[in-house]
Structure formats: structure tokens, C-alpha cells
Design a binder for this molecule. Sequence first.
Ligand SMILES: Cc1ncc(COP(=O)(O)O)c(C=O)c1O
Length: 297
Amino acid sequence: MNPAEARPFHDRDGVIWLDGVFVPWRDAGLHVLSHGLHYGGAVFEGVRVYGGRPFKAGEHLRRLAASAAELGYELAWTTSELERAVTELIERQGITDGYVRPVAWRGSERIAVGGAGLSAHTAVAAWEWPHVFDPAKTGISLATSRWRRPHPDTAPVRAKASALYCTGTLARDEAEAAGCDDALLLDWRGDLAEATGANLFLVIGGELHTPVPECFLDGITRRTVIGIAAGLGIPVRERRIAPSELADAEEVFLTGTAYEIQPVAAIDGRVFGVGEVSASIAKSYADLVRGRAGAAG
Ligand SMILES: Cc1ncc(COP(=O)(O)O)c(C=O)c1O
């Protein structure tokens, strides 16, 4: 287990930014009758910190505001105010390589499904968190889930909304119970979609193939990787991809703020190599996030 995860999250030292004020970590609570807790209206972000600097914080915080707007509410803070909070929090927490979690939710003025006119609350927490998966493992294993990403008419699929994560939790727990590291979710049509917290890329004939993000999050890392591939002269095909096409893939990898560029070694027992294309993308991504020369994206 990652040492930072050894203590439960409610019982740590430090501060959390809550509605404009830095409060002691253990005091950063909300009322149990908050609308966000009951009706799935929380929105959140994950931002990685590399060498003390947040990567693409502005883009993440703009997405936080856009997610809240998709769910019908407005944040009480501007993106620049939240960016300043993130910067100060990283300093106060002394984070070198870590993770920042902004989250927003509707308050407790009324308990009823309708959310109009309710207050909006925002918190930002940060902690040291260098890796999601064991870095000694070259690639992770996935199991295809029975849960699917929904039709865009049935859920606010463009939002990074807590409500959408209930199927991710079910899928992840089922995959882990089956001895795998994560789940692969198909979309409502049965085509490949993404993992529980990351987007999917296949390498076929030396080119990148990735599903069109019509019913799942168009990840900031996904777009960064598409930019990196352009800089490396690797063609990218965004298209619908049937699960049967995994048979044609030389390499498979996942992309996400937390996962970074995560090679996949097996899906439902089918084995993939961790090859040259994934390695070159991962190297360029590492250079970019750490601000090393020559990085593009
Ligand atoms: C469900 C899901 N898909 C994709 C991603 C990747 O998005 P990003 O690269 O913006 O972190 C994430 C992580 O935020 C996620 O939770």
C-alpha cells in the first residue's frame, strides 16, 4: 500500500481549503443533509503535482466549472481564485509529487430532488501521492465489465460528476475480486469505451486508435497524448472500436491524470506487449509534466 494511504482520509494533518478558508484537515466537514450527498450532484477534479507544480490546473478547474454547469449550478469561485487556492494549498501542504482534489456540491438549504437556488460549496484538498499502480509492474490487467457507459441522453456524460462513478466503483470492485487491476467498460452500444478512471488507446500497425468520447470523459491527458502523438509523427484515429479489434492491437495503454500513461499487459487474459509506441508516449508525457526540454503537447 502507498504509505500516504495508510491513514484514513478524515484523519490526517494539514489544511484543506473549504469555501475560501484554510481549515484544519480534520475539521473539513459538510452537513449530512447536503443536497450533493443525497442526489449525486457533486463534481470533482484530480490535478497532479510534479516537482511542486500543478500540471494543467487551469484546464482542470475550468472543467470543474463546466461540470457544475452541466449539472445546473454555478461555482461560487472563479477559476483564477481556485487556481490561487490550489497554489497556496500545495505550498502549505509541502507537496512535491502529489495530487490535488477540488470538489463542489450543493448545500443543505433544502432536501428535495430539485436543486435550483441552493448554495454551491467548494473544497480543495492535496496530498502526496506518487503512483496509482505499483510502478514495478510493467503493465496492468483489465477485465471487461458488465457495466457500460450510458447513452448521452441518459446521463450528463461530459461532466466529471460523482453520480457517474457508481458504475465505476461496481466495475472496479468486480474486476479486483476477479484478480484484475481495473475494469474495461464498453459503451451503451457495446464498443470499447474506457477504464474506471482513464481513457483507452490501442496501438494498431504503429498508429494510435482511441474511442470517440461521446459518452464518457474526454480526458485532459487523452488530449495531451493526442498532441504528443502529433509531435512525434504518430497518426491518431479517433473512431468507434469494437472489442474484437483488441485482437489486432500490438499495445494497449490507458491515460489519465492519476494513471498517467499506464500500459495494459492483459485484457480478459489476452496478453499485450509493452512496446515502443507506449514507451515513447510515456517518455514524452513525463518530460512534458516535469517541464523538461523538448517536450510537446
Ligand atoms: C472516468 C474517467 N475517464 C477518464 C479520465 C481521464 O481524465 P483526465 O485525463 O482528464 O484525468 C478520468 C480521470 O479523471 C476518469 O475518472
